[in-house]
Every structure is written in C-alpha cells, then in structure tokens.
Design a protein around this ligand. Structure first.
Ligand SMILES: Nc1ncnc2c1ncn2[C@@H]1O[C@H](COP(=O)(O)OP(=O)(O)OP(=O)(O)O)[C@@H](O)[C@H]1O
Ligand SMILES: [Mg+2]
Length: 290
C-alpha cells in the first residue's frame, strides 16, 4: 500500500481519467473454477456508463458467480474486472467495493425490521459515510437525499413505520433505496422481482428505469415477462460464457438461446432459486411470448 492508501497492483495503467472510459465495467477473460468445475469460462462482458443491462441464463450458468467476482466476494483464477476506467476489482477486498461505488442487492432483503423505513435509509447512508471516512452527523444534504429516495421508491407514506410491517415488494424497494443512498455508480440486482405480485413487479421495472437515468444497473432475472417488458439489452450466459447478446427480441430468436435455454422450458413455471451451491436443477422459466 502507498501512503495515500492505494494498492498500486490494483490499478491498470491507463491514461484515461477514471470514469471517462466507454464502459463502467469490463470483465475480461475471467475464469473461475470451484473444485475443478469451471463456472466462468474465459468470460468477456461489459456494461456501458448509464446502461441498464439484463443478465439471463439457465440455473447454474454462473450469473450470481459473476456478481460475486465483480464485488470481490470470489476471486477469479484469471482475468480482470475493470471498473470506472482503471480499477481492477478482481484484486479488491469485498468490503472496499462499496466504497468504490458498487451496490449489490441480494435476493433476500437485509432490512432492520425494528427500525422505521427512514431509519433504515439513514443507517445505510451513515454506514457508507463511515466506510468512506466521513465521520459526521446527518447533514441537510444527506436528509434531502433520504427524502428523495423515499419518493423514488414510493415509500414516503411508510417513512415512519417499522420495516417489519412492509409488504414483500416494499421491503425490496427499501433495500434498493438503502443502496441508492450510498450513491453507487453501478447497481447489481440479483432476481429483484422474485416473489412479487404483478403490480409490484411493474412498479419495480419503472423504479429501475428511473434509477438507470443516473447510474448503471445490472439485473439478473429469470422472469422473462419482466425482462421482455423492461430490458433494452440482454446478455445470455450459458456454461460461464456469453451465449448471445442484444435486444430481447434478438436473443429470443437466436437458435442457440432457444436450444440452450428458452426453448427447453417453454410454458414451464417460474424459476425458484435453489439453495446456495445446491446442485443446479433444470431451467424452469417461461419461454418467449408466442
Ligand atoms: N463458492 C462456491 N463454491 C462452490 N461452488 C460454487 C460457488 N459459487 C458457485 N458455485 C457453483 O457454480 C455454479 C454456478 O452457480 P451460480 O450461482 O453462479 O449460477 P446462477 O446462474 O446464478 O444460477 P441460478 O439461476 O440458479 O441462480 C453452480 O454449480 C454452483 O453450485
Ligand atoms: Mg443465481
């Protein structure tokens, strides 16, 4: 570590100022294997600044593992993950990734039931301020950020209520809000609409579109109806590689995608997430619209 706290090994030499590259995130030639089983295989994948990307693919394709690599939870055997122009995330510790501007939402919300909605947002904002080294009380600017987040997530009327009384959808939105107050440049969401009603799902899609106006968003999703409705660009992952990429219309007509994913499960019930690291079941997602 240098005196200014930077790890010289973590910075890829590049003349561009941080944030001015074409992509907010570039995954290059990333391979990761667990117990000899290759999960991400020489993977190349990137997301542009201000882009909302959907990542789909069969159970066990490596989608969550890709998020794990991006956030430093799992270290790749080879390859680089370049964030915001220059920084190699594959060498960063998991706790420092929030600090760099990446927010990740897991499928199960981690909100504090006994705190109010407002207090949950406040706690999350304070946590972020602390880890980026700003020890201070909540300023007017920060409370304004919390109020704007309440509006954006549709939780203004719930602000003073305990998070424990929220519906499933509201809890998910609160958790998204808790990430937003940390002002990430890139937001990663793993199956955000799982278990939601149709109305909650639509509301979530609109929320994500709003969020993507100000930051980049990567959404892992199995709900094809939702993806069709809200995705601009879709990446299909299969056996740890990109099988296809483009608009939903394009990828769902790609014979390789039909063969490996969509076509095999036409009309099948919604995907249910397996237990972590359980053997991957057969894909169970709804197929393309007739
Ligand atoms: N830390 C780990 N240790 C061992 N195996 C792992 C680990 N992480 C992931 N795997 C394995 O890697 C494979 C890919 O898992 P991953 O969770 O990335 O798939 P996925 O595309 O997210 O699937 P799903 O759609 O079911 O969520 C699975 O076989 C999983 O068991
Ligand atoms: Mg997963």
């Amino acid at each position: 570590m240098t005196q200014n706290g930077h790890n010289p090994g973590a910075v890829i030499p590049d003349d561009r100022p941080a944030g001015k590259g074409l992509n907010i995130l570039s995954v290059e030639k990333v391979t990761i294997a667990f117990d000899g089983f290759t999960v991400l295989d020489d993977l190349d994948f990137s997301i542009g600044h201000g882009e909302m990307r959907f990542l789909i693919g069969p159970n066990g394709a490596g989608k969550t593992t890709l998020l794990d690599v991006i956030t430093g939870k799992s270290k790749p055997n080879q390859g680089t993950v370049t964030f915001d122009g220059r920084l190699d995330l594959s060498r960063q510790a998991e706790h420092s990734v929030v600090k760099l501007g990446i927010g990740r939402k897991f499928q199960t919300p981690t909100v504090y039931n006994s705190l109010s909605v407002y207090q949950n947002l406040e706690t999350s904002e304070r946590f972020c301020s602390r880890i980026i080294g700003m020890f201070r009380s909540l300023s007017q600017e920060r409370s304004q950020l919390i109020n704007e987040t309440l509006k954006l997530t549709g939780l203004v009327d719930r602000a003073d209520q305990n998070a424990g009384v929220l519906s499933h959808g509201e809890r998910q939105w609160l958790e998204i809000g808790m990430l937003l107050v940390q002002e990430p440049k890139l937001l990663l969401l793993d199956e955000p609409v799982a278990g939601m009603t149709r109305r909650e799902r639509d509301r979530t899609g609109e929320l994500l579109q709003e969020i993507a106006k100000q930051r980049s968003v990567l959404v892992v999703e199995h709900d094809m109806e939702f993806v069709r409705q809200f995705a601009r660009t879709v990446t299909v992952l299969h056996h740890g590689k990109v099988l296809s990429e483009g608009t939903m219309e394009m990828v769902q007509q790609d014979p390789q995608v039909i063969r490996a994913y969509l076509g095999r499960s036409r009309g099948a019930p919604r995907h249910e997430a397996p237990a972590p690291h359980a053997p991957a079941p057969e894909p169970a997602i709804s197929g393309p619209a007739a």
